[in-house]
Design a protein around this ligand. Structure first.
Ligand code: ZN
Ligand code: ZN
Length: 134
């Protein structure tokens, strides 16, 4: 099975995982909005045994939302989101944006759409540019 690598922005934290994900979840829940500072989180799930840290595991900070099954792991140097284990430890939750190339997945699913902020809806109809607009 092919592997895919990922890292944080400073490169300190790096990992490798089997590139055969089931679903890519776009989560618009309130917690993911705050955790990412953006409209939704983009997360893939991998079997824990298919995942290995290559470097920087000691630089990872994890915040667990009190009383909820939600957590956020990030590099303490650059603040980038990095993978974290599911609550039962059977899966690794992998932020899609941390991967070095396009992941292979079966399907994309949007979840918690009722909590999606209005400012991010209809994005296909927003004026688009390759750089900052002139
Ligand atoms: Zn980093
Ligand atoms: Zn969420």
């Amino acid at each position: 099975m092919q592997k895919i690598k990922g890292s944080c922005l400073c490169g300190g934290v790096a990992f490798e995982v089997t590139n055969a994900f089931d679903k890519l979840f776009f989560c618009s829940c309130d917690q993911c909005r705050q955790i990412t500072g953006s409209a939704f989180a983009s997360n893939l799930f991998a079997a824990a045994e298919s995942f290995v840290w290559l470097s920087g595991a000691d630089d990872i900070v994890t915040y667990q939302v009190p009383g909820r099954d939600i957590s956020k792991s990030f590099c303490r140097i650059c603040g980038c989101g990095v993978p974290w284990p599911s609550s039962d430890g059977s899966k690794m939750v992998v932020p899609a944006g941390s991967l070095s190339r396009e992941p292979d997945f079966a399907e994309r699913v949007r979840i918690f759409v009722s909590e999606q902020p209005n400012w991010s809806t209809g994005i296909e109809r927003v004026s688009a540019h390759d750089r900052f607009p002139a």
